[in-house]
Write a protein that binds this ligand. Structure first.
Ligand code: PLP
Length: 476
C-alpha cells in the first residue's frame, strides 16, 4: 500500500470508525459467538500474494465484528469500562504514525518530556501531594514524578520491584527469601501475580469484611505484620486499594500508611479505576493520607476518556525504581543525565502514550472532565435508588464511585448467576459479576463514554424483567 492509497484508505477508515461509534448501540453488547468460531472462517495460512484492502475490510465486517464484545457500547456495564474519545483516538493515531520507541530521552525527546509534563498536569488535577510531581511548587525538579505504564498490573509489579530494591539495600541476597508483602483479599489479582513474577515467597491477603465495607482493617494488618516480624520475616510492600475491583472499597490510607512507615514498608496505592475520580474535590476524602504512600497508580483508559493503554504511575522518589530497573548496555549509553523512562518500567521499548493524554486533557479541560465524571456518578445514583426501591433486590456493598453491587435478596448463587446470564444473553446490556463474602454479586458499573440515562434505564428495566421471569409472578 503506497502513501496515496493510505491517504484514501485512512479517510475511509475514519468514516468506518465514525459509523461504528454512531451505530454501536445497535450491536449485541456481548459477542454471541461460540469459542473457536473464527478458525473455520479463515484460511489456514497467510496468503502467498498480497490481497486487496477491500477484501480485508469485508472480512472485518463479516468475521471480526461479530466476535467483538462492544466495550464502546453505551450499554456496556461490565467490569470497568475502557474509555475512548475522539481526542484520545486522534492521539493514538498520531502516535501510531510517528511510531517512536522512546525508551531514552534521545530516542525522542518530546515523548519523554511531554510525558513528564502531562503527568504533572494530571497529578495537579488529582490533587496529588507535591512530592509525587516532577517539578515542585518552587519550580525545582524533585525526587518524584510520573510515568505511563501499560496497565495497573505493570504498575503494581514495578512498584513491588522498587520496594524490594529499597528493602534489600545493604542486606545479604538470602534476605530476599524473608520478604513479605501485604494487601487485602479484595486487592486485584495483579498483586498476586507481581509476587509470583518477582519470586516473593510470602504474601498475606488479609480478609476484608462486610462490616468494614470490604476495606482492609489496619488492626488486622498490624497483627499480621507483628506475627511475621516475630517469625523473622521482613515486611516490605503493602498494596492499599482506592476502589477495589469487586466493590470499589477504599482502604484507609492514613492508618495503613502510618503502619507501613513504622515497619519500613513501601505503600503502593492501586487506584486503577477510581483514582481519576479525585479530579472531583468531593471524591478525595478516601485519599486522606496519600502523602504517606510511595507510589500511586490510576488508569486513564478506564474512566478518563483516554484510549487504552494509559496507566499513570507516580512515585515520591524515583531512585528505588531506577535502582531496580536500570540496566544500560553499551549500545544504549548516552551522555548527560536526561530522564530515560526505560529505567522506570520493565520493557525497553515504549509507545508515545502521553500524546493522547495531552490531547484529552486539553480538549476537555478540568471542567469538561469533572462534568463527565459527575454525569456517571449521577447515573450510578439512579441505579442505587432502583435497587433500594425494588424489594426483590438488595445492595451487596455500599455503592462507591459509579459502581453498584447488588443481588436478588434471599436467592441462591445459581439464581443470581441465571439472572445475569439471561440479561447478557439478550445482547441488550452487559453486566458482570463478582463474589463478596462467598455470595454471588452482580456489578452494574457505569463509566462508558457514550452512556446516557436512557441506556441505564433500559438496562435496569431488563434486569427487573428478567428477575420477574426468573422468580415468577408470585414475587411481583
Ligand atoms: N487494580 C484494580 C483495582 C483493578 O480494578 C484492575 C482492573 O480492573 C487492575 C488493577 C488491573 O488492571 P490492568 O488491566 O490495567 O492491569
Amino acid at each position: 500500500m503506497d502513501i496515496e492509497e493510505f491517504r484514501r484508505r485512512g479517510k475511509e477508515m475514519v468514516d468506518l470508525m465514525c459509523n461504528y461509534y454512531t451505530t454501536v448501540h445497535e450491536r449485541p453488547v456481548r459477542s454471541q459467538v461460540e469459542p473457536g468460531y473464527l478458525r473455520p472462517l479463515l484460511p489456514d495460512a497467510a496468503p502467498a500474494e498480497g490481497e486487496s484492502f477491500d477484501d480485508i475490510l469485508s472480512d472485518v465486517q463479516s468475521h471480526i465484528l461479530p466476535g467483538i464484545t462492544h466495550w464502546q457500547s453505551p450499554s456496556f456495564f461490565a467490569y470497568f469500562s475502557a474509555n475512548s474519545s475522539p481526542p484520545g483516538l486522534l492521539g493514538e493515531m498520531l502516535s501510531s504514525a510517528l511510531n517512536t520507541i522512546g525508551f531514552s530521552w534521545i530516542t525522542s525527546p518530546a515523548s519523554t518530556e511531554l510525558e513528564t509534563i502531562v503527568l504533572d498536569w494530571l497529578g495537579k488535577l488529582l490533587g496529588l501531594p507535591h512530592a509525587f510531581l516532577a517539578v515542585g511548587p518552587d519550580g525545582k525538579l524533585g525526587r518524584g514524578g510520573g510515568v505511563i505504564q501499560s496497565t495497573a498490573s505493570e504498575a503494581t509489579l514495578v512498584a513491588l520491584l522498587a520496594a524490594r530494591s529499597r528493602a534489600m539495600a545493604g542486606r545479604p541476597p538470602e534476605d530476599a527469601l524473608r520478604l513479605v508483602a501485604y494487601s487485602s483479599d479484595q486487592a486485584h489479582s495483579c498483586m498476586q501475580k507481581a509476587c509470583m513474577i518477582s519470586g516473593t515467597r510470602h504474601m498475606r491477603q488479609l480478609r476484608a469484611r462486610a462490616d468494614r465495607a470490604w476495606a482492609l482493617d489496619p488492626e488486622d494488618l498490624q497483627a499480621a505484620v507483628e506475627a511475621d516480624v516475630a517469625a523473622g520475616l521482613i515486611p516490605f510492600y503493602l498494596v492499599a486499594t482506592f476502589g477495589t475491583t469487586s466493590s470499589c472499597a477504599v482502604d484507609p490510607l492514613r492508618p495503613l500508611g502510618e503502619l507501613a512507615a513504622r515497619h519500613g514498608m513501601w505503600m503502593h496505592v492501586d487506584a486503577a479505576y477510581a483514582g481519576v475520580a479525585a479530579i472531583l474535590p468531593e471524591q478525595r476524602a478516601g485519599l486522606d493520607g496519600l502523602e504517606l504512600a510511595h507510589s500511586f497508580d490510576t488508569n486513564c483508559h478506564k474512566w478518563l476518556l483516554v484510549n487504552f493503554d494509559c496507566s499513570c504511575l507516580w512515585v515520591r522518589d524515583a531512585e528505588p525504581l531506577k535502582e531496580a530497573l536500570s540496566l544500560t548496555p553499551h549500545f544504549l549509553r548516552a551522555k548527560g543525565n536526561a530522564l530515560d523512562y526505560k529505567d522506570w518500567q520493565v520493557p525497553l521499548g515504549r509507545r508515545f502514550r502521553a500524546l493522547k493524554l495531552w490531547f484529552v486533557l486539553r480538549t476537555y479541560g478540568r471542567a469538561g472532565l469533572q462534568a463527565y465524571l459527575r454525569h456517571h456518578l449521577a447515573l450510578a445514583a439512579t441505579v442505587e435508588a432502583r435497587v433500594r426501591a425494588d424489594a426483590r433486590f438488595e445492595l451487596a456493598a455500599p455503592p462507591r464511585f459509579a459502581l453498584v453491587c447488588f443481588r436478588l435478596k434471599g436467592a441462591s448463587c445459581e439464581q443470581n448467576a441465571a439472572l445475569i446470564e439471561s440479561v447478557n444473553q439478550t445482547g441488550r446490556a452487559f453486566l458482570s459479576h463478582t463474589e463478596l463474602g462467598s455470595q454471588y454479586t452482580l456489578r452494574f458499573a457505569i463509566s462508558g463514554a457514550q452512556t446516557q440515562a436512557c441506556h441505564v434505564d433500559a438496562a435496569w428495566q431488563l434486569v427487573a424483567d428478567k428477575a420477574s421471569e426468573l422468580l415468577g409472578a408470585q414475587h411481583l
